[in-house]
Design a protein around this ligand. Structure first.
Ligand SMILES: N[C@@H](CCC(=O)N[C@@H](CS)C(=O)NCC(=O)O)C(=O)O
Length: 207
């Protein structure tokens, strides 16, 4: 299996963390933005976006679909139908609403200046900030009485939800106002697989 990834991007990171957490035999192909936009890569993902997975004759794009494929049968995805529907609910919400808004802010505030891709699109950022406030309140209330998004157990959904965790301090959102999201992000940041996905040495955990 091969995962084509932009290692520093939000949507690739959730999968790198999952692969490290489950120690899956997946070859990670680290790509540049130019490679992702190339005609060659369009044969794998016609959207010219990363990540994409090639597993034998199955080619998958959309990070959360890839995550479900990789996590199936493991502790990182529930087995029963109702719990899987709940996982799907949150994975769709994450992609369509929550991290769509966070990702826009991240792209404009962090990626665009880094790549030298012109000036920040401030109206877009202002709109995304408004959206993200609404969705952060939803996630914060949900995490108020459960440690993980799906309840008592860590799952791939937590990795998806925490995609923006490393950039908390670099985007114009006061996460301290969302104490349960902060606590969830803090926990995810302690996981060795998460740190490895970030390219960091594992965080020392007290015995
Ligand atoms: N909904 C897609 C989004 C993929 C996406 O937007 N990927 C970005 C990085 S997070 C990308 O490849 N950007 C490269 C480009 O825009 O040229 C997913 O979840 O996989």
């Amino acid at each position: 299996m091969k995962l084509y990834a932009l290692p520093k991007s939000l949507n690739s990171r959730k999968l790198l963390a999952l692969i490290h957490h489950l120690d899956l035999p997946v070859e990670i192909v680290a790509m540049s933005v130019e490679e992702v936009q190339s005609d060659g890569f369009a044969a794998i993902n016609p959207n010219r976006l990363a990540p994409a997975l090639v597993d034998g004759d199955l080619t998958l794009w959309e990070s959360n679909a890839i995550g479900v494929h990789l996590a199936r049968g493991s502790t990182m995805l529930p087995n029963d139908a109702r719990a899987q529907a709940d996982a799907l609910r949150w994975l769709l919400w994450e992609g369509i609403h929550y991290n769509k808004a966070l990702g826009t802010i991240f792209f404009e505030a962090v990626v665009r200046p880094q790549l030298g891709w012109g000036a920040t699109n401030q109206p877009l950022v202002d709109d995304a900030l408004q959206q993200v406030e609404k969705y952060l309140a939803v996630l914060d209330a949900h995490l108020g009485d459960r440690p993980f998004v799906l309840g008592d157990r860590l799952s791939f959904v937590d990795f998806a939800m925490a995609s923006a965790e490393p950039y908390r301090d670099r985007i114009a959102i006061d996460f301290d106002r969302f104490a349960h999201v902060q606590r969830h992000y803090d926990y995810i940041a302690t996981l060795p697989a998460w740190q490895r996905a970030l390219g960091n040495a594992p965080v020392a955990v007290a015995a």
